[in-house]
Design a protein around this ligand. Structure first.
Ligand code: SF4
Length: 177
């Protein structure tokens, strides 16, 4: 185990707020996966403040690696920011962390390095309440976010006019385990 991972585990044991815990988990998961930047969309000054807020004393490199990316990070980041309440630095960091992790391949809570989906549910209700409230059917979070993006763009993605009669219902609403 490297020194950064050891520091992260030590700090996770110190009763942080939910927001700080989530950011530490995302940073640790990005670090574990060897990804750069650890969290996208955050400039050096803002990341320095994030690090001091969440992981004081821990050295982290958030430098970008030049690579062409064709994904939905920016769109999802903007969607989350539009619903952030309050729109403060913590919400901006969390929106960036969620949008960063959402570009990976697993359930969102897994890509964020969280212990379970419960922490993600609680965080979204706490920091993005009106967006979370739109997920009335408890859709998988990635599915829900991407459906929101498609609706914003006016692009139909669904095969049925309603979820209740859709053949993809198990795909969108099945358990995230
Ligand atoms: S269940 Fe079907 S209609 Fe509902 S979001 Fe999924 S694909 Fe769209």
């Amino acid at each position: 185990m490297n020194a950064v991972a050891t520091d992260l585990i030590r700090l996770i044991d110190q009763s942080p707020s939910l927001e700080v815990l989530v950011l530490r988990c995302v940073l640790a998961e990005s670090q574990r996966a060897g990804e750069r930047p650890l969290i996208r969309g955050i400039g050096p000054a803002s990341f320095a403040l994030l690090r001091e807020t969440c992981l004081p004393g821990v050295e982290l490199d958030n430098a970008d690696q030049p690579a062409a990316r064709f994904d939905e990070f920016e769109e999802l980041f903007e969607l989350l920011l539009d619903y952030a309440a309050p729109l403060d630095p913590m919400s901006i960091w969390l929106a960036a962390a969620i949008a960063t992790a959402a570009q990976r391949d697993n359930h969102l809570w897994q890509d964020m390095g969280l212990p379970s989906r419960r922490e993600l549910n609680a965080l979204l209700r706490q920091r993005f309440p009106s967006l979370a409230a739109l997920n009335v059917g408890d859709m998988k979070w990635k599915k829900f976010f991407y459906r929101q993006l498609c609706e914003r763009a006016g692009v139909p993605i669904c095969k049925s006019p309603s979820c209740g009669v859709c053949v993809d219902h198990p795909v969108c609403f099945g358990p995230e385990v």
